[in-house]
Design a protein around this ligand. Structure first.
Ligand code: SF4
Length: 358
């Protein structure tokens, strides 16, 4: 059966490796081989139309104009009427020519990896762009009428002060951009920082930084723990992840969800090239699936759709999780059809989730 889908496309190429990064990405590999494998996987999909399309990586903008055109053209005939098409870009590889191409192809959302506006911090985390590159990109995007721009920022960076975080958020505000995702630095074992045994920031300082971000962005819709937007600029693609819906992932290292069951691709790059159609479904119990649905949806201000949950898992949510809901009742906004965490609830979400898990 053909269906409308939400599609993630993994483009794992980077020009260099950032010190905090643990994603599936490669430098200096044959892009042609990968694009051929990806095309095989793309043609195996039974697509009717695409509602949300997300090119992530790696750094999709590090591909050449011809490569971007080649891949982009596969999807254009399937875009639905109200599609959202996001491409992740880095300021050092996003040129005006690429922006013009994106606009021509119908890309309507750009996610720009800014991380910080402070050049000294950017160098410390192994980024190869400067704040000047960011301003140039935003200017070029606006000149080409690509105004739906989201930027990523990272806080709790090595030796970063509260004032520097405040400064980054203030600059974001001054740019009047519609969307921002802000993450705290995680020291991943396999990243350069992990191998250097870098110590994470002090937990109290990190919490103060998050508070400061939330306070400074009060005028924005804080619709998910790490996401802030002007009204109407919520990421449609990410909302799919948070609302327990199926999505399709293609490309090395990507994941998807089919009939509620998650799948991965080969974790070894050459294995993916040999058999790009192979999906590894992850064994999950009904309880695992229910927990994941609760965990993801409570991150957002839309919360858990209780009606949909009850129908899908053939269960009475409020009855099943009575004890936990009672225990944290002051942290929830409860109605017959939905359960939403308050801001305070989202601040202690990990603690609440432990009870849901039990
Ligand atoms: S953070 Fe992004 S640009 Fe940096 S190495 Fe990782 S995937 Fe590449």
């Amino acid at each position: 059966m053909k269906t409308s889908m939400n599609l993630y496309v993994h483009l794992p190429f980077c020009d260099h490796i950032c010190f905090y990064c643990d994603f599936k990405r490669k430098v200096s590999i044959s892009k042609k081989e990968y694009i051929d494998a990806l095309y095989k996987e793309f043609t195996s999909l039974n697509i009717d139309s695409i509602d949300t399309l997300y090119f992530g990586g790696g750094t999709p903008s590090s591909l050449s104009i011809d490569e971007l055109k080649q891949i982009g053209n596969w999807f254009i005939p399937y875009l639905s009427k109200d599609y959202e098409w996001t491409i992740e870009c880095n300021p050092d590889s996003l040129t005006k020519d690429k922006i013009i191409l994106f606009k021509e192809m119908g890309v309507n959302r750009i996610s720009l990896g800014v991380q910080s506006f402070q050049d000294e911090l950017l160098q410390k985390i192994g980024r190869h762009h400067s704040s000047f590159d960011v301003y140039r990109c935003i200017n070029d995007l606006r000149e080409c009428d690509l105004k739906n721009i989201s930027i990523d920022l990272i806080y709790a960076l090595p030796n970063q002060t509260l004032k520097q975080v405040q400064n980054d958020v203030n600059i974001f505000l001054s740019l009047q951009l519609p969307h921002c995702s802000i993450y705290s630095l995680q020291i991943e074992e396999n990243s350069v920082f992990g191998k250097q045994h870098l110590k994470p920031a002090d937990q109290d300082l990190e919490a103060d930084m998050y508070d400061c971000i939330c306070q400074t962005l009060k005028g924005y819709h804080h619709y998910e723990i790490s996401s802030f937007c002007l009204n109407g600029y919520e990421s449609k693609h990410n909302l799919v992840y948070w609302s327990d819906k199926d999505f399709t992932g293609i490309g090395w290292g990507s994941s998807g969800k089919e009939k509620g069951i998650r799948y991965d691709h080969a974790s070894n790059y050459n294995d993916y090239l040999l058999d790009p159609l192979k999906r590894y479904f992850i064994e999950t119990t009904k309880e695992d699936l229910m927990f994941e649905a609760i965990m993801m949806s409570l991150r957002t201000t839309f919360g858990l759709n209780v009606k949909q949950f009850n129908e899908k898992y053939k269960i009475d949510f409020y009855e099943c999780y009575k004890k936990t809901i009672q225990k944290y009742q002051n942290y929830f906004i409860q109605s017959k059809d939905s359960l939403v965490c308050t801001q305070e609830g989202r601040n202690i979400l990990n603690t609440i989730l432990i009870d849901f898990l039990e």
